[in-house]
Design a protein. Structure first.
Length: 62
């Protein structure tokens, strides 16, 4: 999750999130992210190939 947060979330959005003061220190947030993961599964090889061939800047996260 930490990799997704740092690589796929826009810098401006990360700054906005970090200003919300959800944690006393953001080290807690980073530690928490180290303990979780995101699972991705499809049963169509074309979808999987296409997803991973898209450059990260072109990906749209919902």
């Amino acid at each position: 999750m930490r990799k997704l947060y740092s690589d796929f979330i826009d810098v401006g959005e990360r700054q906005r999130i970090e200003r919300l003061e959800l944690f006393d220190e953001f080290e807690e947030w980073y530690m928490m992210q180290e303990h979780y993961c995101v699972a991705y599964a499809v049963n169509d090889s074309k979808v999987s190939r296409n997803f991973f061939s898209i450059k990260k800047k072109e990906r749209k996260w919902i």
